[in-house]
Write a new protein. Structure first.
Length: 508
């Protein structure tokens, strides 16, 4: 009988039918460790839509047995809890051993679409990778991750998501006592660049190969019979990451801590720590309290993505070719997939955000200059990123009356007027009804993002008063961000001076 079975009582079916493809890898890929039980688990929120997507019974998840599982107090017999090993470059400095210090993977489920998904408890207690940490999470960051995951899902950007939030009934001590919570995270997988670095830096080429073969089976099975599987899987990962980061930029998202241990090779957004959406556009914007030198600023994210992938490429070199120079040539060619995915997604996305259509004979260079000029004027005159593009969508033509709300976003409205006149001339070259253009633009430019001050309102209400109603109101709009919500129009408003949140923090 293993340690888990000795310390955690079994939960009867209909519990999740967990599988363990990652747990079938060699034992040094992870540590088997049970969650640490908590005294008074209370289910705060269950993500019913995600539960249904996973093929899980929400009624069971809300039952006493279900909540016990979500809290880590009692596990179903199919669970095999593990903490994954990984390393990582943190702000450019390599740390050889990180791992899941407060996250425990219960197993994998195959969802209704046939996709394998990890189910992990964050804040479930100490693991062998906790170092001096307590293995716990506090409610504020758990709320932030729940909100951000659902917002990204609504924005149609690949993301990990939260299945549930459970209060633990015990305080967690950070600067002072804070309410503890556990988040159940669902991911396509938790394989990171740092997972490869953990083995590569130890010179364990066999483990790197085993992990790469697993990555291919899990995410790119069509490459299994390739003549160059390791170069091609690097290219596939690079393409996923290039498109992902481009899509972040198109909605003003700043991850805040793009360390290599926070880059998932599935192409999903993962590890919502000190992340934020911009209010006023600024390519140098930083919110993360730990990013003191702007390494992960909004405009730095594309170059950091490629830097991280280069670390992955270094790990894979021994698998690509016995000749190191030949291996490097293959790796560089594979990394080209990053730019090949990023550039059309980002620049094409920007053109589409202002209503332009790429047509045969259209001058993309001139169109790109038009968009970049707008961004420069937005940065110079404090225009809100989300509201500027949504306002252009609502107008969808060079009509001074309909453009008045956008004009008002600029501290110097004349700067917008000069741009808008050229925009109107360009739109006139596309013979289509304004209504058609408006619908297309509104489907690309969200009206709502989870603004920092609104998230802080949710956190304050929940942690200070136990009030989750602000959470539900915010989730309602950010889960459907392209729709109009007339009763919640205040969620489109940028923060007033006294509401501005200048720093965001890690903490889950």
């Amino acid at each position: 009988m293993n340690a888990t079975a000795q310390t955690i009582a079994a939960v009867p079916d209909p519990a999740p039918p967990f599988e363990h493809s990652y747990g079938a890898l060699p034992a040094h890929f992870y540590a088997e460790v049970p969650p640490t039980p908590v005294p008074e688990p209370l289910l705060l929120r269950l993500n019913h839509a995600l539960a249904d997507e996973l093929g899980l019974d929400p009624n069971w998840l809300m039952s006493a047995d279900g909540v016990a599982m979500l809290a880590g107090n009692r596990l179903p017999h199919t669970a095999r809890p593990i903490a994954m090993a990984y390393a990582g470059h943190q702000f450019g400095q390599f740390v050889p051993s990180l791992g899941d210090g407060r996250a425990i993977l219960l197993g994998e489920v195959v969802d209704r679409a046939g996709r394998r998904r990890d189910v992990q408890l964050k804040g479930a207690g100490r693991t062998p990778f906790s170092r001096s940490g307590d293995g716990r999470a506090v409610l504020g960051p758990v709320l932030r991750e729940y909100i951000l995951g659902e917002a990204m899902q609504g924005l149609r950007i690949p993301t990990t998501r939260a299945l549930a939030m459970v209060a633990t009934g015990e305080p967690v001590f950070r600067d002072g006592p804070e309410p503890g919570a556990i988040l159940t995270r669902v991911a396509a997988s938790h394989i990171r660049v740092g997972t490869f670095e953990y083995f590569a830096r130890r010179g364990d080429v066999d483990a790197v190969r085993t992990l790469a073969d697993y990555l291919i089976r899990r995410h790119d099975p069509d490459l299994a019979d390739s003549d160059e599987p390791y170069a091609e899987v690097l290219a596939a990962v690079a393409a996923r990451q290039g498109e992902l980061i481009a899509r972040w930029l198109l909605v003003g998202f700043i991850h805040g801590v793009m360390n290599t241990d926070n880059m998932a090779l599935s192409g999903e957004t993962i590890d919502y720590g000190p992340c934020a959406f911009m209010d006023a556009y600024d390519p140098n914007q930083v919110y993360s309290s730990i990013d003191r030198f702007g390494r992960y600023a909004y405009g730095q994210q594309p170059s950091i993505g490629l830097w991280n992938l280069t670390q992955l490429a270094n790990c894979l070199l021994p698998l690509m070719d016995d000749d190191i120079e030949a291996a490097k040539t293959k790796a560089r060619a594979a990394l080209d997939a990053y730019g090949q995915a990023f550039e059309p997604t980002y620049y094409g996305g920007l053109r589409a955000k202002i209503g332009l259509i790429d047509q045969p004979g259209s001058d993309k260079t001139t169109d790109d200059e038009l968009v970049q000029d707008l961004l420069g004027r937005m940065a110079a005159h404090g225009a809100d990123f989300t509201n500027t593009f949504r306002g252009l969508s609502d107008a969808a033509s060079h009509d001074p009356a309909t453009l008045a709300p956008v004009r008002a976003l600029f501290t110097e409205p004349a700067a917008f007027d000069e741009w808008a006149e050229r925009w109107g001339i360009r739109l006139a070259e596309q013979p289509e009804p304004d209504a058609t253009r408006r619908a297309r633009m509104r489907a690309l430019n969200p009206a709502y993002i989870p603004r920092n001050h609104r998230i802080q309102e949710v956190i304050d209400a929940a942690t200070e008063r136990g009030d989750l109603e602000p959470l539900d109101r915010l989730l309602a709009v950010v889960s459907a961000p392209f729709e109009d919500h007339p009763a919640a129009a205040e969620y489109r408003r940028p923060p007033m001076a006294h509401e501005v949140v200048r720093q965001t923090f890690c903490g889950t």
